[in-house]
Design a protein around this ligand. Sequence first.
Ligand SMILES: Nc1nc2c(ncn2[C@@H]2O[C@H](COP(=O)(O)OP(=O)(O)O)[C@@H](O)[C@H]2O)c(=O)[nH]1
Ligand SMILES: [Mg+2]
Length: 285
Amino acid sequence: MKIQWYPGHMTKALREMEQNVKLVDIIIYVLDARAPKSCQNPQFVEIIGDKPVVYVLNKADLADEEKTKFWQKFFSKQNSKAIPLVSTMTNASKVIKDAMLTLLASKIKKNEEKGITMPLRAMVIGVPNCGKSTLINNLCGKYKAVTGDKPSVTRNTQWVKIAGNIELLDTPGTLWPSFDDDEVAHNLAYINAIREDILDVSELSLDFINKMLESYPEKFLDRYGLVFQPNKQAVEYLEEICENRKFLIRGGECDWERGAKAILDDFRKGRLGAITLDNIEDEES
Ligand SMILES: Nc1nc2c(ncn2[C@@H]2O[C@H](COP(=O)(O)OP(=O)(O)O)[C@@H](O)[C@H]2O)c(=O)[nH]1
Ligand SMILES: [Mg+2]
C-alpha cells in the first residue's frame, strides 16, 4: 500500500517554523520511541541547522527498552542529547531542563558575562501525535497546550512560558510531501501519525501482522492465543482473530475492518507489550 498524507496546514506550519527557528536557542525534537528513526522529518534538517537538539524519545513506556537504549546512544551526539521519556507520567521538567542547560552552557555563560538575562527559547517539533503538547504540559505543570490521541490536534504555533526563564514554542506536527521508504510510511501509520481515514486499515493491519511475525512473533501470537504455522498468511491470522473475538457480520463472515482496527489499537495502547518498530540492525550494518 502506498501511503501519502501531506495536508496544506503542514506546509503552512513548516513555513512558520522556518521563521520561528531564528528566535530560538535550542530545538526539542520529540520522537516516538517506538519508531524514532521513522519519525525524523527530512525537512527538519534544514530548519534545525546547527542549533543544539534535545531528542525526546517519548512514549518510552510503549517501546522496547533495549532498543530505546540503542536509539538514545544513536541520537546523542556532540551537539545533541537524547532522553527516553514518558510525558504522560514522569515529571519531565528536570531532565529536559538539565539537558537544555548542558547544551546551552557556553551561551548561558556568555550571557552572564555580558550581564544579559535573556529567556532561553526552545521550539518543540515532531511528527503528529508523538506527544509534543503532552510534553509541554508536563514541563509547564499545567494544561496549556491542547492534546489528543489523533494526528493534527495542534494547528497553530503557540508560545508557552515555563519556570527557569524558559519559553517553549509548540508547533503542529508535520510530515513531508512524499515518503521514499514504504516502511517508514507504514511505521508512521502504525503509531497513528497519519490520519486513519485516508488509510486502508484492513490492508495496513495485514502489513502490521507480517511485521509482528518477523520482529515480535511471541508477543503477537500470545496476545491472540494463536499458533505459528510456517506457511500461514497474515490474512489467515486476521481471520482467526476475528473468529475468536466474534468480529463477524451477517452470514458469519469476518468483519475485517473491526479486526484490523482492534489489532492496531492493541499495538497503539501497548497491549501487545513493549515494541519498537525501527530496527537497530539497519543502522549497525
Ligand atoms: N503511553 C504514552 N502516551 C503518551 C505519551 N505522551 C503522549 N501520549 C499520548 O499521545 C497522544 C498524543 O499526544 P499529543 O501531546 O496531543 O501529541 P502531539 O500531536 O505531538 O501534540 C495523547 O493521547 C497523549 O496522551 C507517553 O509518554 N506515553
Ligand atoms: Mg499537539
